[in-house]
Ligand binder design. Structure first.
Ligand code: NAD
Length: 468
């Protein structure tokens, strides 16, 4: 296992390599000594993370460019700036989030007093994916540190430059005794998963999510699973199609479609699809030029395997726009497939790439039926001007999030819980939800010894029965 051993970290092994059991034991010792609990420690970690994002911006931008061909501005908006905003939001509210909250009590319990005290869980494991390798590594870490935990971060081996940057830089900005980065892939993660953790936070595919859940069951460890799925975009009759087209193109082709909450497919009536097609095409040209292969603003597919999987989805008969691919540079042109039905290959699994199928339905009712007879999505987008359509989708569909007239943006509102439902995941984070997730709400009840009001409920029960 490749692991960064920072200067000042507890001495636990020879030759600089720790095994997973020793790693967790060391962190448990640090947590047990109370190092991570004080508010001052927590805020220092968050400030350290924020300083790292500012001072090391160039290093992270370079790594993201190398891993995913991301433009620096996109990296700032979707990764570094995003995480920095989450930190600011947390720092501004942390004191009130951790304050014990007094609760009311039933009359018969008084004069007892009750409060809820948030306590950290202990040592938590964060396993992250490759597609937003800074944001999806650090945003959960922000919550875990704000709640006063020790953390091991396992970034994705499929974004190796970013993984290496995190391993190299994090120990310089946060307490190296309580925050560790372990690099590696399935074998290293398997070794980590065999340990007893106080919480496991996983972002990735449902296949690996199942592995995580099974491993956690051995220790009854609570788990958060941030998974994927097919997020539909319904475009209603009468919607502002110009804006809908631009926003769908932005949401779909950002990061070359490798976004967990990207609109996976568009669903609408035939007249709406026919009116939308030229507008989608125009938005793609506006954003990425006549040849997106030449645009600095357009990303590349992460690896050969994903390139091959995506290229196989492009079926000539259905391509209405795009379709060009280049294996050498792992380029896939922004592609639109029309005439796609529920049986098409592209509708069998999450696309996770720059291919947008258009699915025809008869109207709102049929769209809702199409959506609800499939797995509950991570996000559902509805482009509409009608209050009745909004009402129908809120009432009659279920999804991790529901966005009207804009994809992706709900992620950037820290007071909105972020997470899936059903097959798209379990558990929520961001903002105060992260605090709730990475801490235990302990019930504290304080009953005065005198007067002993409990005499009324002690046995023998004869007198109680008489009173009733
Ligand atoms: P993945 O499941 O392949 O990998 C995620 C992590 O698990 C990586 O760190 C990887 O090293 C580790 N891993 C891989 N195979 C493993 C195994 N056999 N045993 C133990 N660990 C293993 O996911 P990915 O390809 O990195 O990410 C893409 C998926 O993540 C998509 O499905 C996407 O929708 C989803 N995703 C969800 C969110 C969200 O917030 N809900 C965000 C981003 C991505």
């Amino acid at each position: 296992m490749t692991q960064t051993i920072p200067p000042g970290a507890p001495e636990t092994g020879s030759g600089g390599a720790l095994d997973a059991a020793e790693l967790v034991e060391g962190l448990r010792g640090v947590f047990g000594a109370g190092v991570t609990k004080p508010l001052a420690w927590r805020t220092a970690q968050l400030r350290g993370l924020q300083r790292m994002l500012a001072e090391q911006e160039a290093a992270f931008v370079e790594a993201l460019e190398a891993d995913l061909g991301k433009h620096g501005t996109e990296s700032w908006i979707t990764e570094l700036g995003f995480t920095s905003n989450e930190i600011t939001h947390t720092l501004n509210r942390l004191r009130s989030w951790v304050r014990p909250r007094a609760t009311s009590l039933p009359l018969w319990m008084r004069p007892a007093r009750a409060k809820v005290v948030r306590e950290p869980l202990g040592v938590v494991l964060v396993i992250s994916p490759w597609n937003y390798p800074v944001q999806l590594s650090l945003t959960p870490v922000v919550g875990a540190l704000a709640a006063g935990n020790a953390v091991v971060l396992k970034p994705s081996e499929l974004a190796p430059a970013t993984s290496a940057a995190l391993a190299r830089l994090l120990p310089r900005y946060v307490d190296p005794a309580a925050v560790r980065v372990v690099e590696g892939g399935a074998p290293e993660t398997t070794e980590l998963l065999a340990q007893r953790w106080d919480h496991i936070f996983f972002t990735g595919t449902s296949a690996v999510g199942r592995i995580v859940l099974e491993a956690a069951a051995q220790h009854l460890t609570p788990v958060t699973l941030e998974l994927g799925g097919k997020s539909p975009a319904f475009v209603d009759e009468g919607a502002d199609l110009h804006t809908a087209a631009r926003r769908i193109v932005w949401g779909k082709f950002t990061n070359a479609g490798q976004t967990c909450v990207a609109p996976d497919f568009v669903i609408a009536t035939r007249p709406v699809l026919d009116a939308l097609k030229p507008l989608l095409d125009r938005a793609i040209r506006e954003f990425y030029g006549a040849d997106p292969a030449l645009s600095d603003d357009y990303g590349r597919i992460v690896n050969e395997r994903h390139f091959g999987r995506l290229a196989a989805l492009i079926n000539g008969a259905h391509v209405t726009r795009g379709g060009q691919v280049d294996r050498a540079s792992r380029y896939i042109e922004p592609t639109i497939l029309d005439g796609v039905d529920g049986d098409h290959l592209a509708m069998q699994e999450e696309i996770f790439g720059p291919i947008l199928p258009l699915v025809e339905v008869g109207g709102v009712d049929e769209a809702i039926e199409f959506i609800t007879e499939r797995d509950k999505p991570l996000a559902l987008y509805v482009f509409t001007n009608r209050a009745e359509t909004r009402r129908r989708f809120i009432r009659d569909t279920s999804s991790g999030a529901l966005g009207f007239n804009a994809p992706l943006l709900h992620m950037a509102a820290p007071d909105l819980p972020f997470g899936g439902v059903g097959p798209s995941g379990m558990g929520k984070y961001h903002g105060e939800e992260s605090m709730a997730l990475f801490s235990h709400a302990k019930a504290v009840l304080d009953v005065p010894a005198r007067p002993d009001a409990l005499v009324a409920i002690y046995p023998p029960f004869t007198s109680l029965k008489e009173a009733i």
